[in-house]
Design a protein around this ligand. Structure first.
Ligand SMILES: *Cc1c(COP(=O)(O)O)cnc(C)c1O
Length: 356
């Protein structure tokens, strides 16, 4: 529908209205793109879709890098190897929706929904499918665990997207977490600065900044996602003293070339977002078509290290199956080890010696 196309880029009165106007079925996109999307309809019986008008306005084709992240693809149904929960998050949840894998930090899943349902989501098993995570009762259980576990120093709010909670609810949640004296830092993991930057209101930022030290890790995957609005959202957060990081996912057909990745990392540091991790995608059911080879990841890391500002270089991470944790991978093979020195291949391909 032409009218929808016109609507997509138009400003709405607030972030809630953007969400209300989200499209949730493929027929709403009829006539929007030149490509026919009918064959993809069965995907929605397994994995729901949601694209808000802001993100939709950035897509020019269902198979461009932004379209691939947002629009269901039939290949989601022919992934025979993927697992629902490859990292065994359920097995490492002492209470519902709280993952305690590492001694000093937990991931607290406080929402089961997002401003956009990413096709490559690592928690496809939950999003838009499971019963609400953010009921007061469910959240109280996680809060109880945090209060009673003095080893926890770092609480990571994730989901779904924690910023889908309205600001008063988020305020209450953060206040409750801060009642545990052993919690040093709070992290919010949110894709909203990228997918719905209008959610980053003055009021939200004022609320968040009363709970320092508070960090926010966001999730940009492509340079075209760094729009004027996204830049403003990040500026607002950074101005209130919230350190910003980015957890990019390496995705086949989206960002798996050195050119795109260099451009993304450079744009991130210009909006004061520090590239934190470049995640190799987890083997999650329904996402096999996004998984590149490790060689691709190494090739890209070699194109970053030494060639662009060090602060623009993320760590390349794999998350080990069964909840064994994250490990950084380096593309620089050790060559010719000896007790006194190691030989290292640098970014130019030179073999260099490094003393112990
Ligand atoms: C990724 C992750 C963390 C955080 O890891 P950092 O390396 O500290 O960013 C914590 N808990 C779980 C379960 C995770 O998957």
């Amino acid at each position: 529908m032409e009218s929808f196309k016109a609507m997509a880029g138009q400003p709405f009165k607030n972030w809630q209205e953007y969400l209300e106007k989200s499209i949730v079925s493929l027929h709403e996109l009829d006539g929007f793109f030149s490509r026919d999307l009918k064959e993809r309809v069965p995907v929605l019986d397994h994995y729901p879709m949601r694209i808000n008008p802001y993100y939709l306005s950035l897509i020019t084709d269902p198979d461009d890098p932004l379209g691939k992240q947002a629009i269901p693809h039939i290949r989601e149904l022919d992934d025979v190897c993927g697992l629902k929960d490859p990292l065994d998050e359920l097995g490492q949840s002492p209470v519902a929706n709280l993952i305690h894998r590492y001694p000093d930090r937990v991931v607290f899943l406080v929402s089961d929904t997002c401003a956009m349902f990413c096709r490559h989501c690592m928690r496809k098993r939950n999003i838009g499918i499971r019963p609400p995570f953010s009921s007061r009762e469910t959240l109280e259980k996680g809060l109880g665990y945090i209060r009673n576990t003095p080893a926890i120093r770092d609480v990571i709010l994730s989901g779904g997207d924690p910023l889908m909670l309205d600001t008063p609810k988020l305020d209450w949640l953060l206040k409750e977490i801060r009642k545990a004296p052993h919690v040093d830092i709070i992290r919010i993991h949110s894709r909203i600065p990228c997918t719905l930057p209008m959610r980053i209101t003055e009021n939200l930022v004022r609320t968040l900044s009363t709970y320092h030290p508070l960090y926010l890790n966001t999730h940009f995957n492509h340079p075209d996602e760094i729009t004027e609005q996204a830049a403003q959202a990040c500026a607002r957060l950074a101005d209130s003293g919230i350190p910003l990081g980015c957890q990019t996912v390496l995705l086949k057909g989206v960002n798996d070339t050195p050119e795109i990745m260099v451009s993304l990392m450079r744009k991130l540091i210009k909006i004061r977002v520090k590239p934190y991790y470049l995640h190799h995608p987890d083997p999650v059911a329904g996402t096999a078509h996004f998984r590149p080879s490790l060689e691709t990841g190494f090739h890209i890391m070699k194109a970053l290290r030494g060639h662009i500002s060090g602060i623009a270089v993320p760590q390349y991470m794999i998350d080990l199956p069964g909840g064994k944790g994250k490990t950084a991978l380096l593309p620089f093979d050790l060559k010719g080890n000896s007790p006194q020195k190691i030989q290292v291949e640098n970014y130019l391909g030179d073999i260099c010696e490094y003393p112990f």
